[in-house]
Design a protein around this ligand. Sequence first.
Ligand code: UGA
Length: 447
Amino acid sequence: MNSPTKQTVQTLRLSVIGTGYLGATHAACMAELGFEVIGLDVVPEKVDLLNSGKVPFYEPELEEVLQRNIAAGRVKFTTSFAEVADFADIHFICVGTPQQSGSYAADVSQVFGAVESLAPHLSPGDLVVGKSTVPVGTAEKIAEILKISAPGVEVVWNPEFLREGFAVQDTLEPDRLVVGVTSPGAESRMRAVYAPMIEKGIPFLVTDFPTAELVKVAANSFLATKISFINAMAEVCESAGADVVQLAEAIGYDTRIGNKFLGAGLGFGGGCLPKDIRAFMARAGELGAEEALTFLREVDQINLRRRSHTVDLARKELGGELRGKTICMFGATFKPDSDDVRDSPALDVAVALANAGATVVVHDPKGTVNAERVYPTLTYSTDAMKAAAHADLIIHATEWMQYREIDPAELAKVVSQKNIIDARNKLDVAAWRAAGWNIRALGRPTA
Ligand code: UGA
């Protein structure tokens, strides 16, 4: 289905299938690099919103990039696979791979669904580039499917490493680019796509399918392990009367260890780290390599224990009883600078406290709409001071900058009791104590 326009274009024309955090960012950023881009989503409302220059989620900088490139005529969105195939010849698959319900494994139905919908419209020479996080072996399966349904179409695996909150920056200036290919032709086309980055000196690693797929889950597993390591140290610090924040700083100066991702606290959540380590364990089991990843089960357990530990600590701080108490949660999203509440530690804790009989009021600068959709029974407020009114306890659960800027003396005027748990270890403990607060910070000494 090569249209005359498609054959004569000078600039590369790309498509991006799926417009979630990954896809919408990739589409806008590829346009920012000067390519002509078409994005596809099966949800017409999302497509309309994106075409009007609005991003259906909160991601700093993204809306400006999108609007600039819509105005320049470099990016547009559609629901039609035929239009996408007619417009572009390199197709990025950016759909979600959530955890399957009732299993640790990833649900890859959206990936295969996208490939099956696209295949009948593709032409020989087209490239299908997978960016979604998938179980190792998926790229090979897609290549097998396309061999039959779209002969002459090649597959590339090109994992994405962007962080929410920094998605634009991470896409335009990634630490590295990884492509799994099976032919020199596919490699050179990927070099053309990423030429502006390669010219800047960003490492470009060329490998096979399984390695490319594994790089992504290995990276996320390492990051999750680092966080759980420091949270395990926090548990020991609490028992020993030591300070995990100082410990992290001290070990972080060792360049072999590094100081990033050593933030002890409520642990990791979101749509990636938790489900990726579980899917990796499930896939390793299928491959007969289960034993290699048993440590990830412990990483997951340590992480989940942070949430129950915070609930226990809240109970303790409130004299052993949560029923009838008012608790204000500062934060609902899984991390700051995002409106994403998927597997949010903050909300998990909020729900557990509410189930134990507390009245829980949740504040978040960007996440209350999404949170209310998932947990409609909690109370929400977009004003931190109002959310804290009459609280017996505040829990600092997501480290938005705004919470660090709160004046403890001002907050003291609206609460019933001056109790606060810093579950992210980002508050100035001394300043809060000086203002008369009983502050408990996870993994830090009590006084
Ligand atoms: C993560 C990876 O960092 C990205 O490289 C990857 O591309 C992405 O998953 C993905 O697979 O798509 P993201 O989920 O946006 O990115 O969030 P992170 O910044 O990794 O944070 C994950 C969680 O760990 C958050 O809940 C955060 O609060 C927590 N965290 C992070 C800590 O508890 N301590 C830390 O020191 C750092």
